[in-house]
Design a binder for this molecule. Structure first.
Ligand SMILES: CC(C)(COP(=O)(O)OP(=O)(O)OC[C@H]1O[C@@H](n2cnc3c(N)ncnc32)[C@H](O)[C@@H]1OP(=O)(O)O)[C@@H](O)C(=O)NCCC(=O)NCCS
Length: 207
């Protein structure tokens, strides 16, 4: 599903403020510290709380293996000027029906600066430019307006509700489902390009 370009740990995705790169063993302490924050974990389906000893190293190892085999793509979010310091993660996983599912978290101290929106937009563009996938999906808990807003800003549309497995939260959870099709992404990209070409108009997406 993922091309060779993404299956090598030299891969980097650059956005205006961020480098998205493969997670490394040296990121484990930072993952445990940031994802171990209850305010981060409880908004996700998968991050356990309390965060178990050794879980970060296991997560990194499994992510690198899946990246290398082209089965999924998990990237560390870093700021360009401090690329060795992981501040969050973003990932893409096949949903079993030919679509990819995007998920993310960011260390609490970095919230509210548009960083995950920037990372999601970068990953969306990467997906539609470098894979054949026709649709991206994402879920957000109803009690997570920040995540819903991130998805809206990146062009995702609400697509109803669904129940997902969330063992780290004690069982299945009903979430808000979002989708972004390749056609919708293309329309949006063309609209942004046209807007950028008009003198005096902002290039910011319709937020
Ligand atoms: C959700 C999360 C990834 C957002 O990251 P972020 O970098 O702070 O997001 P951004 O700054 O790009 O955008 C957040 C948007 O949500 C809005 N927002 C934040 N809290 C909000 C709230 N309580 N109600 C409504 N909107 C809210 C912000 O104002 C911003 O929108 P704006 O640009 O229109 O003002 C981050 O909060 C996080 O890691 N949370 C814990 C883990 C998580 O929820 N992961 C996603 C699981 S689905």
């Amino acid at each position: 599903m993922f091309p060779d370009l993404l299956c090598d740990d030299v891969f980097r995705l650059e956005t205006s403020r961020l480098w998205l790169r493969w997670p490394r063993a040296a990121d484990a302490a930072q993952v445990a510290s940031l994802a171990g924050d209850q305010d981060v974990a409880i908004k996700t389906a998968r991050i356990p709380h309390p965060y178990p000893e050794g879980k970060a190293a296991e997560f990194i190892l499994l992510s690198r293996s899946a990246n290398a085999h082209g089965q999924a793509l998990t990237l560390a979010i870093t700021k360009k000027r401090r690329p060795n310091e992981l501040i969050g993660c973003i990932g893409l996983e096949p949903d079993g029906d030919g679509r990819l599912e995007v998920g993310y978290w960011l260390g609490k101290r970095y919230w509210g600066r548009g960083l995950v929106t920037e990372a999601v937009q970068g990953v969306v563009d990467l997906t539609f430019r470098h894979t054949e996938v026709g649709e991206l999906r994402a879920s957000a808990l109803p009690a997570n307006p920040a995540s819903r807003r991130v998805l809206e800003k990146a062009g995702f549309q609400p697509a109803g509700k669904r129940t997902i497995e969330a063992p780290a939260r004690g069982g299945p959870l009903t979430t808000d489902l979002f989708r972004l099709t390749r056609d919708a992404w293309l329309d949006r990209s063309l609209a942004l390009e046209r807007r950028a070409a008009q003198p005096g108009l902002s290039t910011a997406p319709n937020m």
